[in-house]
Design a binder for this molecule. Structure first.
Ligand code: BG6
Length: 488
């Protein structure tokens, strides 16, 4: 009973939210570098210029109806939280020492694509960028921490967006594969665990998650097809380079955890339908083909996926070794109350659950249900690579950071994961919290929304010493790892 003896406990981050050093070491700008700071009430935007020299900020990051000739650029006078983030680029030794103190078995991180290929289009990689990750991996391995690498975590070289619209254009696949091949070859003896696209189903967010300037269904689904092909090619190439590689997909599983608002069958049907829009992404990557329900959905909505001959074979040959997920919350849906309304946006609050300040429903039982569903559906090991609570932690008068709500959150979720293993028989490989140290929020660009066991002294205005301090939850997670999840 309990977790496997080789259970991969750890924490997870993403380069664009953590690393900083955005224009150091030969790195090129990414889509995330033109995204401004927002808040829980105000969406982030992206800055661009027009051929007449005028400067603009999009409303939100879905970037609808972009004018002809728009070019995304970093502009004076705007705040871009990802530029410096919390500077892992210069603090990696100190931070990794803290991860080692926590007892991490693994650390999930992403490689910044434009740090290796600054515009995405170069034929040769940027050696200084490659060297940086060599140093990071060596530092992790020094402590016996297994690196786990996401190849694409919301970050695309900006030039690919400006030239081609990023993943909306098939040529982006070749650039991505060049990047994958380069890092697979370079780190084949240092990294064993990889995953292709972070939260691939969040491609619905367009620019924020994939650099695609547009969010109409046709564009998004075509871009998703390009990512499926790229992911399958990466899996195949990775296995050729090192047969011991374990390469997974990564799904935002909160979006599959959709409850009907009532037991009215119309609501239940709607919940199934909503979840299917999300499961579809893992179906393609785990099973190797488009499911029939999604083909029907495309037909109904006039979506036509442009495939090249050979794509279907590629998808079949490049199925993943495991399924990685993020899980933060559950959702509620209902049959549309009026024609054309989006049920997921009805803002229904689950009366049985508490929510965070950012309106995220806290639902450990939903976590167990989702793990069970996913394992049943794919019969592949499940790796939880994101789970955590964003909260506005404060430094107390005694100079400490007391975060009992974080301990409560993790205790209930780890217990639910344990139930999934012990009661439901789910094969869980490991668990990495989001994020072990405070980093920039992807959704809002805030620092105030903190997830870490380690507090970073930086505020929303960019002030602070970047000093790292342990919160109360640090010692608690340390104890959990040391007891392989027994001591909660
Ligand atoms: C996931 C992303 O969606 O959620 C992370 O993979 C992100 O990049 C995390 O940071 C938490 O969301 P947020 O908006 O609170 O940072």
């Amino acid at each position: 009973m309990g977790f496997r003896s080789d259970f991969l406990w750890g924490g997870a981050t993403a380069a664009n939210q953590y690393e900083g050093g955005w224009n150091e070491g030969g790195r090129g700008p990414a889509n995330t570098d033109v995204m401004t700071k927002g808040s829980k009430d105000q969406a982030r935007g992206a800055t661009y210029t027009l051929p007449d020299g005028s400067r603009h900020l999009t409303k939100g990051v879905a970037v609808k109806d972009l004018p002809e000739g728009a070019r995304f650029e970093v502009l004076d006078g705007y705040e871009y939280p990802c530029h410096d983030a919390v500077d892992f680029y210069h603090h990696y030794k100190e931070d990794i020492a803290l991860f080692a103190e926590l007892g991490f078995k693994t650390y999930r991180m992403s490689i910044s694509w434009p740090r290796i290929f600054p515009t995405g289009m170069e034929k040769e990689p940027n050696e200084e960028g490659l060297k940086f990750y060599d140093n990071v991996f060596d530092e992790l391995l020094k402590y016996g921490i297994e690196p786990m690498v996401t190849l694409h975590h919301f970050e695309v070289p900006l030039e690919l967006t400006n030239q081609w619209g990023s993943w909306a254009d098939r040529r982006t696949i070749d650039c991505f594969i060049r990047f994958c091949r380069t890092v697979f070859e370079r780190y084949k003896n240092k990294v064993k665990y990889w995953m292709t696209f972070n939260e691939i189903n969040n491609i619905y967010f367009g620019f924020l998650s994939s650099g695609v300037p547009g969010d109409d269904l046709q564009t998004v689904m075509q871009a998703a097809h390009h990512q499926f092909v790229a992911s399958a090619m990466a899996v195949k190439i990775g296995h050729e380079i090192n047969p011991d590689f374990k390469i997974g997909c990564m799904l935002a599983a909160s979006r599959c955890t959709v409850y009907p608002e009532t037991c009215n069958p119309a609501d239940v049907q709607k919940a199934w339908e909503q979840a299917s829009r999300q499961y579809f992404f893992a179906d393609v990557q785990c099973r190797g083909y488009y499911p029939s329900y999604q083909l029907k959905y495309f037909e109904r909505n006039g979506i036509h996926i442009q495939k090249e001959s050979g794509d279907d074979e590629i998808l079949k040959e490049g199925t993943v070794d495991y399924i990685a997920i993020s899980y933060y919350r559950s959702m509620i849906t209902a049959a549309p109350k009026q024609e054309g309304s989006d049920p997921l946006l009805l803002g229904v609050i689950n009366p049985y659950l508490e929510a965070t300040e950012w309106g995220i429903a806290i639902d450990p039982m939903g976590f167990r249900i989702t793990l069970h569903n996913l394992y049943d559906r794919y019969q592949l090991p499940v790796m939880i690579v994101e789970n955590g609570i964003g909260a506005a932690d404060e430094v107390a008068e005694d100079g400490q950071i007391h975060d009992p709500y974080r301990v409560d959150f993790f205790r209930s979720h780890i217990q639910a994961m344990k139930d999934a293993v012990d009661i439901d028989g789910v094969d869980v490989m490991g668990y990495t919290t989001w994020a072990p140290i405070d980093i920039v929020s992807a959704g809002t660009g805030e620092m105030r929304k903190r997830y870490g066991f380690v507090y970073v002294d930086k505020d929303d205005e960019g002030n602070g010493s970047l000093k790292r301090s342990k919160k109360d939850s640090f010692a608690w997670y340390q104890k959990v790892i040391a007891s392989n999840g027994e001591n909660l």
